[in-house]
Design a protein around this ligand. Structure first.
Ligand code: SF4
Length: 478
């Protein structure tokens, strides 16, 4: 497996971003984010008394868990094995794919149903299973749509969020030769009928996991559609593929995360379905898998754990930082080029897959801090983005011209003499190019500033000059 993520060069990012900006359908789909998911998050936390303390608590649990992650993973493994389940450790995507393939091969299985899982997207599991002749069906409605469309998710919790209802109907009609209208209940009814048959035929159900409870050996899967519950209970074999950072120590910690996850993701008090699966079905139980496997994926996470970027592992993949981000809300998820998009994607994609291939990611941000304010575990995303930019500099990935400009700028800013000279010169020269007090076109590398907006012309007198004059007037008693 050459690359865990589809990488994106800088020029590809810019081209994809421009294309996104020019797509009326995408802009329409994204424009709804502000009043739906982003507003839901804000209102839900405002209505919850002590919500800031709850978020602090969730953050503290994550922090404490990661400090002793090895011990918690061992406890998790013991608990699952004691319940008759199997635990596998995958260092990277190739290892995880090999493990899942082997489970399927041993079972003689040919059909797999899946519930939504970003980790399986991360390692391109569907593609690998299909190459080995296994039929894979996504059962989350959004995932089902993008599987039919041959696309990848554009959002952590709304994989088909980039599509309008009309586009979804066209996509289903073309694939199934159906005559569906764009009404959500019409498409949902069709998908329900189709997917029920797939559930009944499947030998293996593959899920991700929102949390893993070390104390009890439980995989927790949160969804709003009920498809995860069918994936875990109808097929004979269940496989959960989960990143190692999803472990939490105790069952008592779970309500903290369920409360913040639902509010942050969709503004709900609770998601509709919360499934807790603890090993295979035991004698006397009505449903559940005969065989249960947990595949714990590292894929670079333990390297991040020991680095200053450790905090990025607190992420519970709620998508709130995407919904509020002014960049994501204009260009959508696909332009970022990786499995994970938006602010948290810009943090973790270069960590997983290298800074060189993802130089645009940490710069696809205004550093306004809205992501951090919306994050249910208060991850300091702007700080992490700046660290990624610094890492690019350390790896000598910054263009030479840019490096030179900042070097000169830093010297000027540290010298009062040069700073004064520079601001006075700018105040004298730039107004020549201004029209009605605005600069509409800056030259050379500064052109980007004025490509989409005007730049205010500098005041004729600098603040320092005004201050000095004001002080001398007061001394003279004018
Ligand atoms: S960084 Fe925070 S807001 Fe963004 S997806 Fe992760 S938990 Fe949610």
């Amino acid at each position: 497996m050459a690359s865990r993520f589809a990488t994106h060069e800088h020029h590809e990012f810019l081209a994809a971003a421009h294309e996104a900006l020019e797509s009326p359908n995408l802009q329409l789909a994204l424009s709804r984010l502000g009043e739906t998911l982003a507003a839901g998050n804000r209102t839900a936390f405002e209505r919850l008394p002590g919500s800031s303390l709850l978020r602090d608590k969730a953050r503290a649990i994550k922090d404490e868990t990661l400090a002793h992650l090895d011990g918690h993973i061992e406890q998790l493994e013991r608990a699952i094995v004691a319940r008759g389940g199997h635990v596998h450790f995958a260092t990277d995507g190739s290892a995880a794919v090999a493990i899942v393939r082997e489970i399927i091969r041993k079972a003689g299985a040919k059909r797999v149903v899946k519930s939504k899982s970003m980790v399986t997207e991360e390692i391109h599991l569907n593609q690998h299973l299909e190459e080995s002749g296994v039929e894979v069906t996504e059962t989350d409605f959004g995932e089902f749509i993008i599987q039919v469309a041959g696309e990848r998710p554009s959002h952590l919790v709304g994989p088909a969020l980039h599509k309008t209802a009309e586009e979804m109907a066209v996509c289903l009609n073309e694939r199934f030769d159906a005559h569906l209208t764009k009404e959500p209940h019409v498409m949902a009814q069709f998908a329900r009928g189709y997917l029920r048959r797939k559930f009944a035929e499947a030998d293996v159900g593959i899920t991700g996991g929102n949390f893993l409870i070390a104390e009890t050996g439980t995989v927790v899967i949160v969804s709003n559609e009920g498809n995860a519950r069918l994936t875990t209970s109808v097929p004979r074999i269940m496989v959960s593929l989960v990143g190692i950072e999803k472990v939490i120590p105790r069952l008592a910690d779970l309500p903290v995360f369920l409360k913040v996850l639902a509010r942050a993701a969709t503004g709900q008090k609770m998601s509709i379905y919360t499934s807790l699966v603890t090993g295979p079905r035991r004698p006397g139980e009505a449903d559940g898998p005969e065989e249960f496997h947990l595949v714990l994926l590292d894929n670079g996470r333990s390297r991040i754990l020991g680095s200053p970027m450790r905090e990025s592992l607190f992420c519970i993949r709620c998508g709130a930082c995407l919904n509020i981000c002014p960049v994501y809300r204009k260009i959508g998820g696909h332009a970022y080029g990786g499995t994970y998009s938006g602010p948290i994607g810009a943090v973790i994609t270069p960590l997983f897959d290298g800074h060189r291939q993802n130089q645009h990611q940490p710069h696809a941000s205004s550093l306004c801090g809205a992501c951090q304010a919306a994050c249910p575990v208060k991850i300091q995303i702007p700080e992490l983005l700046i660290r990624n930019r610094a890492a690019q500099h350390d790896e000598h990935l910054t263009p030479r011209g840019e490096e030179l400009v900042y070097r000169v700028w830093s010297r000027l800013m540290r010298s009062p003499f040069w700073y004064r000279l520079m601001t006075r010169t700018a105040a004298r020269v730039l107004p020549w190019f201004a029209r009605d007090g605005w600069l509409t076109r800056l030259p050379g590398p500064l052109a980007g500033w004025t490509a989409c907006r005007d730049f205010p012309a500098p005041a004729k007198k600098s603040f320092r000059d005004q201050w000095r004059e004001d002080c001398s007037c007061r001394v003279r008693g004018d």
